[in-house]
Write a protein that binds this ligand. Sequence first.
Ligand SMILES: Cc1cc2nc3c(=O)[nH]c(=O)nc-3n(C[C@H](O)[C@H](O)[C@H](O)COP(=O)(O)OP(=O)(O)OC[C@H]3O[C@@H](n4cnc5c(N)ncnc54)[C@H](O)[C@@H]3O)c2cc1C
Length: 495
Amino acid sequence: MPFATEVLNDPTIPASLRQQALDRIFTDPGLPPSFTTSSFWLQNPQKFEPKEKSLPEEVDIVIVGSGITGASITRTLLQNGASSPSILMLEARSICSGATGRNGGHIIETADEYADLADTLGVEDAKKLLRFRLAHLKEMLAVAEELGIAEEAQARKVQFLSVYFGEGPWKDALERLRRFKEAMPEEATEWTSFEGDSIPKDFLLNRARGIVAGPAGALWPYKYVTGILAHLLEKYPAQFRIEEHTPVLAIYDDTASPTPTYKVETNRGTIKARHVIHCTNAHVSHLVPGMRGRIIPVRGQMSAQTPGDRFPCQAAAHSWLFNYDRGFDYLTQLPKGQMMLGGGFAHGEHGGLAELGVATDSEMSLYIDIHLSGALSAVFGRENWGRVDGESVQAMWSGNMAFSSDGLPWVGRLPGAATRRAENGEWVCAAFGGEGMVQAWLCGRALATMLLVGDGMLVKGGDTDLSWFPHQLLCSRERFDTTELLRDVVDGSIP
Ligand SMILES: Cc1cc2nc3c(=O)[nH]c(=O)nc-3n(C[C@H](O)[C@H](O)[C@H](O)COP(=O)(O)OP(=O)(O)OC[C@H]3O[C@@H](n4cnc5c(N)ncnc54)[C@H](O)[C@@H]3O)c2cc1C
């Protein structure tokens, strides 16, 4: 069952509270708030501030949102667009201050989901979806190398350790691993497992019942995205512009225009565009009202913590996923030692239900703070952790994710039923849940390719192959018509 539906259907939570969550989900998420909790990733690096210019009157393409999705789409459009399309990226706040500037920076696909996907989609489609997600690690690290930003963005390959503490969940994980390895032996070569006495002592995970290990990545997401955007601004100065602190307030279709054109209204004026691409994550349904009840904002929480003095730095070696009786946490370590721990969702109010339908990052959950602040010395064991010198929690902040009602991202041209405007030039690339780092980059590439091909703008000999792209992620009228959550809790559940 998709994540949001599962939480909404939790029978241990009173139906009235679940109804309140549904009411939030169907409410306009609004614009990103100007007051935010303070993300560690955004506090420290040199700020990337593109020069503000006056807004152009007209461009080919407006990209709304400056996170990883917007960056990926822009790169493909500029690299593969034949007729030098003019592109304007509009960002409501400062560049990359949404989920991408607030996340865990963890590029992880454990393949744990393979078994569920195979049961629901069939083996071949499940393999294709998994291959698509797994491809992100190599791809994102290669982009960092190519642009020379790998060191600055601390982009690195590590081994993930997915740690289980209980007997039941561990047996279940082993079975899931077996099915993945059997179905996808080539892709699974780096996956392995350890249990009981076979768990290496230097993992410092004495309390673990078992561990699944495989390849993963870690990076400083703000530096990664701003490194890419800076490169594109330098390489395509006549074609590409970014304007921050410029929220898109409304979109109108220009009925007077002979070709389909949109008027994009901002706080600084209105721009005409042939295409508008919504890369606005949890805020998507502010401008695309038909997506309410299909794309669901969910608040997540992250922390930066100081390691104990007995814990050796494993920044270049490992990242972690801790699987509990309820919920999970994820962790990477920075080369300077900080432990970047996120998660705690299930420890939030009403098993996390209170985080559903929340599209603001100006506050955070006290219960999740309490969980995250105390988790590390417990999972590694106090004997391995030692004492913390100075502040144990350096920063704690929130961010907003977008989950879809069917559990998959939405990528492609939006139907008029979703925008309530003329159908043709509005596109969406959103709803990556808590796994944007293994979905957003290639979804962005696919969307940009679809747009260039559809508009006859693809560079001569350009790559039109999208056979690698899972069709379940596409926007279709049929998907639109069948995926809206029911508006009310009926007989205790949300069908
Ligand atoms: C706390 C947290 C931890 C996470 N950890 C991980 C992780 O470790 N690994 C992983 O794979 N995924 C993780 N995720 C998910 C991942 O961060 C997201 O899926 C991904 O960053 C989404 O990228 P995006 O570019 O689509 O959206 P965003 O980065 O949110 O960018 C959207 C941008 O649109 C702007 N915007 C919105 N509305 C408007 C408007 N009307 N006008 C102009 N601009 C607008 C916003 O200000 C924002 O900057 C995490 C998410 C959170 C919140």
